[in-house]
Design a protein around this ligand. Structure first.
Ligand code: PEP
Ligand code: MN
Length: 261
């Protein structure tokens, strides 16, 4: 079965690469990252978190609406489509008003059917691609349900992001990959593209390449990799971000299968 390609904005391309910082910190950081990423033709979409769903209060929670014009500059001056996370109706309206190209629903929000339903209703009839991260808990039905809520409101360009699930035991990985969850998801909906997020699975930049390779070996359709000009100084998720140059090296080393098996 032929997969739908996410958004006419994005050329048919395997794998789809979404890159950019965990958080849009400053206008300079956003533009510097985007310009560097643009040098690598394999990067299709620029990502940045504007509203950040932090697990506990007291850490950087995003610049909010103030950062939207920075992303507009990435779109118009750098020439990359831009993607942000939305977690409520206000975020959706502001993102649409700012001309954001792609929205994604984060792992804490996709676990909440009320929030997803409100977002779906705010997007009713809007022609914009929406990606849904798997919920923080290993519940394939909840993940599928979130996509179904969007589909029922007429969203046609849907994609899934596999970012692993929370775990109680300490591990070398920040989140348990739960590959079976992604495999099951794909069995249920083979037409929805699935993108792997090795940044949030690993929490560790050294391990991103190997998780990304596993995803490609499993025929994932794309990768979302957090990228920052100075990762150690990042305001969120510092240990998992890579520089644009490191991202290019990771992509160089990946073995990309071209067959449709
Ligand atoms: C993110 O992509 O920066 C993020 C907050 O991810 P997740 O929802 O997977 O935790
Ligand atoms: Mn992050």
């Amino acid at each position: 079965m032929k997969k739908r390609i996410i958004s006419p904005l994005i050329p048919e391309h395997q794998p789809l690469v979404i890159a950019g910082p965990c958080s849009a910190e400053t206008e300079e950081q956003v533009l510097e990252t985007a310009k560097a990423l643009k040098q690598d033709q394999r990067v299709n979409v620029f990502r940045a978190g504007v509203w950040k769903p932090r697990t506990r209060p007291g850490s950087f929670e995003g610049n909010g609406s103030k950062a939207l014009p920075w992303l507009q500059r990435v779109k118009t001056e750098v020439g990359l489509p831009v993607a942000i996370e939305v977690a409520n109706v206000k975020h959706v309206y502001e993102a649409l008003k700012a001309g954001i190209d792609i929205l994604w629903i984060g792992a804490r929000t996709s676990a909440n059917p009320f929030a997803v339903q409100e977002i779906a209703e705010a997007l009713a009839g809007v022609d914009i691609p929406v990606l849904v991260k798997n919920p923080v808990n290993p519940d394939v039905a909840l993940w599928l349900g979130a996509l179904e809520r969007l589909e029922k409101k007429g969203i046609k360009d849907l994609g899934a992001i596999h970012r692993g699930v929370s775990q109680f035991e300490k591990s070398t990985l920040r989140n348990k990959p739960a590959w079976q969850m992604a495999i099951k998801f794909r069995e249920e909906v083979p037409t929805i593209p699935i993108i792997n997020d090795p940044s949030h699975i690993t929490g560790n930049r050294e391990l991103i390449g190997s998780i990304a390779q596993t995803a490609l070996d499993l025929n994932f359709d794309g990768l979302m990799i957090e990228t920052h000009p100075n990762p150690d100084e990042a305001w969120s998720d510092a240990s998992q971000q890579v520089t644009p140059e490191q991202l290019s090296c990771i992509l160089d080393q990946l073995i990309i299968r071209t067959d449709e098996t």
